[in-house]
Design a protein. Structure first.
Length: 67
């Protein structure tokens, strides 16, 4: 599983499932945060994609741990 995380980090965008795995939260939590606007996402079919340029993973991880 660790190897998979390294591969994901080199992408230009993440799906909600990939981002939830990186942040350690559920996919539904990612959906809620996208809908609330705390994570900037773009609708792609039935899912959202989150561009790497629009997020700071370290900042998101620290915010989620404190909530």
């Amino acid at each position: 599983m660790e190897r998979r995380k390294r591969e994901i980090k080199h992408k230009d965008y993440y799906t909600t499932v990939e981002l939830s795995g990186l942040l350690g939260i559920s996919r539904i939590s990612v959906f809620k945060r996208v809908r609330q606007g705390s994570i900037k996402g773009q609708k792609m079919g039935r899912d959202f994609i989150i561009f790497e340029r629009d997020i700071n993973l370290n900042k998101l991880k620290s915010i989620i741990k404190h909530n």
